[in-house]
Design a protein around this ligand. Sequence first.
Ligand SMILES: [Fe+2]
Ligand SMILES: [Fe+2]
Length: 364
Amino acid sequence: MSVSRAAGRIGDPAARILIVDDEPHVCEIMSRWLDGEGYNCHTANSAEEAWGVIKRNDLALVILDIAMPGQSGIDLLAMVKAEAPEMAVIMVTAMDDRETAIRALELGAYGYVIKPFGRNEVIINVVNALERRRLMLESKGYERRLEEKVREQTQDIRRSREEIALRLMAAQEYRHDETGAHVRRMGLYAEVVGRVLGHPQEYTDILRLAAPMHDVGKIGIPDSVLMKPGKLTAEEFETMKTHTSIGARILGPTTIPLLNVARDIALCHHERWDGLGYPRGLSGEDIPEPARIVAPLDVYDALVHDRVYRPAVPEQEALDVLRRGCGTHLDPAVLEALLAALTELRAIRGRVKEKAHFRARRDA
Ligand SMILES: [Fe+2]
Ligand SMILES: [Fe+2]
């Protein structure tokens, strides 16, 4: 019985094997033994010739003589491991060259046989190397499938997050007539400004989804106030201000980062850098940064678009308003980022336009 059959045919019996030795009779004899076991053998008499065969064929294993004129087997081993790390390599070495053989193992060879070798020794090494390669490929495949699964689940989570955000946006559009275009632009602006401020994409994605929810609390404001066409009385304005804390109650607290950021924005987007805002009178960096990002964007977008009670103002005028608010109403660093991002903000305005019949009533 053949050795590999005795070994239960482990390894791949149809595997392609390349035998590299500068002595043609060594190639011949090994090839005969391995062909006899059902393997598919190629031979080469130099490292250069072997490299050509390796590049042209899908090989499972290379049996590589270490001492060859020209490029050595060790050189070729390094090239194989760099270009085709999944290829198994067995080194063939002379009796007095164990040190080189050990170096070969360190470089990634699966085993070595010492000249003069016997048939069984070669075949057992081949079977072992192919089996080790099979297990390595199997475990790599398992890792790949696992990574794929994690990737899919991450995408699912991202999709469901976006879905939640879109549903909440739909709810607020339904209730208070804030334009859908405004809230969408707010998300896109916040994403850009977050990026200019140096935040990673994972975070700017959250800003894009959270910023549109800044006024979600208007759901809880009575129609008589929210829809009032004229100026609000002091009392009505106090009621209007509660859209911040109502929004915060709708959105959290929670352990979901997106909703936490959305909650910070809803609660704090009317706070002012100088502490004169509402609802809590926070100042400076005590105001969560996402809310500091949304505040000037909300003013900018409201000013450059028509409202029922006033027409749009030219962008320069809107920017003057923002600059006047720098350090009092607005965070100077955020304002600087907004000004640096103006070209992109304009492009977003060009892409996401109001529908003529759909106008925001209140900017509070
Ligand atoms: Fe707004
Ligand atoms: Fe608001």
